[in-house]
Write a protein that binds this ligand. Structure first.
Ligand SMILES: NCCCNCCCCCC(O)(O)C(F)(F)F
Ligand SMILES: [Zn+2]
Length: 660
């Protein structure tokens, strides 16, 4: 299934008609450059174009009051003076004779997107709209927003499609207080937002934007705020919050639909956010959400004011929605101190509501919620600092790397008598190995057809590295031996870093590097005291890999952060026989691992496990993994062990830090 793209140039036909410094950044060109970048890059042609439509009164009334709607209805007929007068009652927003029409199109586009996804016409999609929505409230416009596009879409999805649980992820750099107010008492809508806050000194300067606003009444726990109290946040900070706050809760919540308040003012170069995360981060944020809700993801544009980073960020998002490989993120140095404080506060505020956060540490000593009374001095300094120093036009960043789709998505190396699953391309050409390697294999008591397998394996690795193939599945007689072979020999000169993810444990892995060329993460039911090394990380689950709750926690809170920091060129996923891993979990793991090494994942399985080849192939081909149904509460000892393991490793692996 494809990716929907909603865009209508009518939504560019309104603008600020008077002087208002607070609103001058919200210009029609925001939409124009975003759409043109998609056209120029060829991405729009790969999408399924869905027409915009006007939201009806009843749809708008799902969120807004009749009083407010009737008032906005009058604006098309107002004089300039009336419009200015009308605008005065709201904050940081402007009206225009055509903005009511555009606001209906913006909300209607979000509803069209929900229809396309919920009816299965497309898998996911994005609506490029203005005016944005996440600040508008029941009875008021605010922050460039007139109707709350995403809030209306959430209510609409529940009403029309009986959606039980909606996850709203708001990665815009401003707090979508309109969305928070709408759903704060509603346990069926989980709202997550990060936002520039600076101890309440940043717009909209609300006390309720802080991490301790967790929702109310039956919605308690279903509102997650992560305040950024400094500017300059980077990719590491964003990914840490996804891995250690959002994703564990999102998987436990198990949504039927994911809506994204896709604001790109959180990217580098934006004058509002003043952050330093690069546009390719949105490729990963999108990717990390795409295995939730069976892939049903609707992104709706909110903010974004640097036309260059906005256009790049939109392209990165759409390219991931289309299923293209995600770019490698280099030198992730772990979250900064301020981000760790925010992350720790959010985790501790929610640990009583989410079993996946149960073992979160106490909040940091420094209470970050008190509002720093800005000293006159500090205020003066800020204004004294030359405008160009503070503003972000000076920021430069590299163009996001090209994300080429290999000609073959998934290849397979199977014994001749095994039928190749649909969609996989059997790799027949077996390159004859160097005699040295053959002799080595022979000494490893690899029999004749084993050598053939290994020579095909070698060919497969070569093609992965050459980006001729995206990923591959290999069935071997002895998976442990094959793993050693791949790690020791096949990758010696082909790749710089191999991440080996070992699911289950048959016997001790007697191969561990200390030079950092291989990082082994082994998830199993047994602990192992030996080779305590930075590059061999055994994760012990009390009930082993069949315990999906423990498994997904280990993947989100440990494997993903490690993988991002290690930044491998190849991922080797080894399924030990008898691991007991649940099929949906196995598919989720394959899906998530595609975020590394440009999707170059090599899955090694034993021939006698060929029954799960079909689901493996499905995941490798990029089909969304099935939701992890009814997750049990994780075993306390597992949660504890994971927390202790993270504390022990965070000295070596900065991305594991969750406490200051
Ligand atoms: N220096 C100018 C001050 C501007 N203060 C208001 C900022 C509104 C942000 C709107 C947005 O970006 O959150 C949306 F997504 F809604 F468009
Ligand atoms: Zn914003």
């Amino acid at each position: 299934m494809g990716t929907a793209l909603l865009y209508d140039e009518e939504m560019t036909k309104y603008k600020l008609l008077w002087v208002d410094p607070a609103c001058k950044i919200e210009v029609p060109e925001r939409l124009i450059v975003s759409y043109e970048a998609l056209v120029r890059s060829g991405l729009s042609d790969r999408c399924i174009s869905i027409p915009a439509r006007e939201a009806s009164d009843s749809e708008i009334l799902l969120v807004h009051s009749e009083l407010y709607l009737e008032a906005v209805k009058k604006t098309p007929y107002m004089t300039l003076e009336d419009l200015k007068e009308f605008t005065l009652q709201f904050g940081d927003v402007y009206f225009h004779p055509n903005i009511y029409h555009c606001a209906k199109l913006a909300s209607g586009s979000a509803l069209q997107l929900v229809d396309s996804v919920m009816t299965g016409k497309v898998r996911n999609g994005i609506a490029l709209v203005r005016p944005p929505g996440h600040h508008s409230m029941h009875g008021a416009a605010n922050g460039f927003c007139v109707f709350n596009n995403v809030a209306i879409a959430a209510r609409y999805a529940k009403q029309k499609y009986g959606v039980k649980r909606v996850l709203i992820v708001d990665w815009d750099i401003h707090h979508g207080q309109g969305v928070q107010y709408c759903f704060e008492d509603d346990p069926s809508v989980l709202y997550f937002s990060w936002h520039r806050y600076e101890h309440q000194n940043f717009w909209p300067n609300l006390r309720e934007s802080d991490y301790d606003s967790v929702g109310k009444e039956s919605g308690t726990g279903f509102n997650i705020n992560v305040p950024w109290n400094n500017v300059g946040m980077e990719n590491s900070d964003y990914l840490s919050v996804f891995c250690h706050v959002l994703l564990p809760v999102a998987y436990e919540f198990c949504p039927d639909l994911v809506l994204v308040c896709a604001g790109f003012d959180s990217a580098i170069g934006d004058p509002e956010g003043e952050m330093c995360a690069t546009p390719d981060i949105f490729a990963h944020l999108t990717h990390l959400l795409m295995n939730l809700a069976g892939g049903k993801l609707c992104a709706v544009l909110e903010g974004g004011y640097n036309l260059t980073s906005l256009a790049q960020s939109v392209c990165q998002t759409v390219q991931t929605l289309l299923g293209d490989p995600v770019p490698q993120l280099a030198n992730l140095r772990g979250p900064c101190k301020s981000a760790i404080e925010s992350l720790q506060c959010a985790r501790s505020a929610h640990r009583r509501y989410w079993s996946f956060l149960k073992h979160a540490a106490d909040p940091p000593m420094t209470d970050i919620s008190t509002k720093h009374i800005k000293s006159a001095m500090e205020e003066e300094e800020k204004t004294e600092m030359a405008e160009e120093e503070r503003c972000t036009e000076g920021k430069v960043w590299p163009e996001p790397p090209e994300r080429l789709c290999p000609p073959v998505c998934s290849a397979s190396v199977l014994p001749d008598d095994v039928v190749c699953p649909d969609g996989l391309k059997p790799l027949s050409s077996s390159k004859d190995l160097e005699p040295l390697l053959v002799s080595k294999l022979k000494t490893a008591a690899v029999d004749g057809d084993g050598v053939t397998t290994f020579s095909r394996l070698y060919t497969l690795v070569e093609k992965l590295v050459a980006n001729e193939i995206r990923n591959g599945l290999v069935l071997v007689p002895d998976v442990a031996a094959a793993m050693m072979c791949v790690v020791q020999d096949l990758t010696s000169d082909l790749v710089k870093r191999v991440l080996v993810v070992c699911v289950g444990k048959e016997k001790e892995l007697d191969y561990v590097t200390t030079d950092g060329k291989v990082l082994v993460v082994q998830i199993s039911s047994e602990d192992s005291e030996e080779h305590r090394s930075k590059y061999y990380i055994p994760v012990c689950l009390k009930k082993g890999c069949s315990d999906t709750s423990g498994f997904i926690q280990a993947v989100l809170g440990l494997l993903l952060p490690l993988g991002y920091e290690y930044n491998p060129d190849l991922v080797l996923l080894v399924r030990m026989p008898g691991s007991g891993v649940v099929d949906s979990m196995w598919q989720q793991l394959i899906g998530l691992l595609q975020g590394f090494a440009k999707g170059h994942t090599l899955v090694l399985m034993q021939v006698n496990e060929k029954a799960c080849m079909g689901s493996t192939a499905s995941a490798l081909l990029g089909h969304p993994a099935p939701p992890l149904q009814d997750l049990q509460t994780p075993f306390p000892e597992d949660g504890d062990a994971l927390e202790r393991l993270r504390e022990r490793l965070q000295a070596d692996w900065k991305m594991l830090q969750t406490t200051s």
